[in-house]
Design a protein around this ligand. Structure first.
Ligand SMILES: [Zn+2]
Length: 48
């Protein structure tokens, strides 16, 4: 694998760098909080 920067396999939000509930759905890689905002922008109003 070419993706091993820090040894840890932790995924973090690419928007706020949080590791809290990072969602990989749709290849977004963002946390739940940011996902809500992005989801609204994308039109996913059904989330939560
Ligand atoms: Zn975030």
């Amino acid at each position: 694998m070419a993706n091993r920067k820090h040894g840890k396999a932790t995924k973090k939000c690419r928007l706020c760098a949080s590791h809290d509930r990072v969602i990989r759905k749709y290849n977004l890689y963002i946390c739940g909080r940011c996902f809500r905002e992005v989801a609204i922008n994308l039109g996913f109003k059904k989330y939560n």
